[in-house]
Design a protein around this ligand. Structure first.
Ligand SMILES: Cc1cc2nc3c(=O)[nH]c(=O)nc-3n(C[C@H](O)[C@H](O)[C@H](O)COP(=O)(O)OP(=O)(O)OC[C@H]3O[C@@H](n4cnc5c(N)ncnc54)[C@H](O)[C@@H]3O)c2cc1C
Length: 379
């Protein structure tokens, strides 16, 4: 291994560099490996981390896991909810049954989903603990200088490096990262609060709780609109929000002493996701508000479509494949982002009269069933 001060240039053809070993990056590496390629994944973390929040993975994302032969493993680690319910505190507003003969939705720990995807990527293809410091796209290749001062060349660089993507930052100019006034806490409780076998969204004033039992743990996210970021995001803030939402949230909070995951909600709009030799996938290209429950599915679908297009690309010239990839994926991502913003506006209402009107519509019309149908975009 090169020392941090050494500069090393590898001029041999390196094929594909995937920046970011998250959901999109690992799925893409798995697909490319099956095509006989040897992609390199660079992950800024020093090693794999198992932490994270609970994810609802809908049919589009599950189809990609099935395609990769990893759905059964994921299903063993996940919960297959009986339905999706919406509550306003203690009151059940609506519930959609999920047909038992169809896996439409899995509730899974992000760490478990990540572990399932890791099976398709040999660890010796992953460079941990570094990141591209400089990316120079040239006619014939892309030259990447890493933070450890090594330099390599690749045919193609894929930014799968999430919402704060350095690839997007370095290689694309026309994009925006919208900072919402919403913050999210996420926790897992080991104790036995009976939350049933549905995935549940619980609405409070300017807040939402998302609850799902997975095995003997209950994952719960709590999102709230706040005037400013709590600094530090102390447990007292979380407690006040959980009490305000009600239902099982306070009891769930009593059931864990863990430090919560905490972050601000952001979404990303990027005018183009590719140049001739650099592409963006997943959150790097189009992070959506997590209220949509679709970010991981979009990331997995991007990986599949990009791999499909690269399979037919001319050797050493990925530009046509990148163009076709973006054309096939752009409308879907755009629609999800638009709907997610709408869902966020509806979910995080503050005005009492507006909330009452919304609750009446959700309780007395099939609006929510239609929302569930819309979660399935490819079928
Ligand atoms: C609280 C919360 C709840 C959510 N709930 C759901 C849900 O229910 N359903 C759903 O589908 N989606 C959900 N999402 C969204 C989903 O998690 C993301 O859309 C998904 O993880 C995106 O995958 P990705 O691979 O693009 O990015 P990520 O999974 O974020 O992976 C990015 C990877 O890149 C690495 N990286 C970052 N920068 C660099 C760098 N400079 N160099 C090298 N590596 C780098 C990171 O360490 C990470 O490993 C939720 C998100 C949040 C925050």
């Amino acid at each position: 291994m090169s020392s941090p001060t050494e500069t090393h240039t590898n001029t041999a053809e390196q094929d594909v560099l995937i920046v970011g070993g998250g959901i999109a990056g690992l799925a893409l590496a798995d697909y490319l490996r099956r095509q006989g390629r040897t992609p390199t994944v660079v992950e800024q973390a020093p090693g794999w981390r198992d932490g994270g929040y609970g994810i609802g993975l809908w049919e589009d994302g599950l189809a990609v896991l099935r395609d990769l032969g990893r759905l059964d493993h994921a299903r063993n680690l996940a919960a297959d909810p009986d339905g999706f319910a919406v509550r306003a505190g203690g009151d059940l507003l609506t519930r959609t049954t999920i047909p038992p003969d169809r896996t439409l939705l899995l509730a899974i720990h992000r760490g478990d989903l990540h572990a399932v995807l890791r099976e398709g990527v040999p660890e010796d293809r992953v460079r941990f603990g570094t990141s591209p410091a400089r990316i120079d796209e040239r006619d014939e290749d892309v030259r990447v200088t890493f933070e450890d001062r090594t330099t390599e060349t690749y045919d193609l660089v894929v930014g799968a490096d999430g919402v704060h993507s350095t690839v997007r930052e370095q290689c694309f100019t026309r994009w925006t990262k919208r900072e919402h006034d919403t913050y999210v806490w996420s926790l897992w409780a080991d104790q036995d609060v009976d939350v049933g076998s549905d995935m549940v969204s619980v609405w409070g004033r300017g807040t939402e709780g998302f609850v799902a039992r997975v095995g003997d743990r209950v994952g719960f996210n709590l999102a709230a609109r706040l005037d400013q970021r709590p600094d530090p995001p102390a447990r007292a803030h979380l407690r006040a929000r959980a009490e305000a939402i009600g239902w099982k949230l306070p009891a769930l909070l009593d059931g864990t002493d863990d430090d919560p995951f905490f972050d601000r909600v952001r979404d990303v709009t990027c005018e183009r996701w590719h140049t001739d030799r650099v592409a963006l996938v997943g959150d790097a290209a189009h992070a959506v508000h997590p209220i949509s429950g679709m970010g991981a599915s979009l990331a997995l679908q991007d990986a599949r479509v990009l791999a499909q297009e690269l399979a037919t690309a001319r050797p050493g010239d990925p530009s046509g494949a990148l163009e076709r990839f973006e054309q096939r994926r752009r409308d879907d991502a755009k629609r999800v982002r638009r709907e997610a913003r709408f869902e966020a506006a509806v979910t995080f209402l503050e005005s009492e009269s507006a909330r009452q009107a919304r609750n009446w519509v959700v309780e007395h019309t099939p609006l929510f069933d239609l929302f569930i149908e819309r979660q399935v975009t490819e079928g």
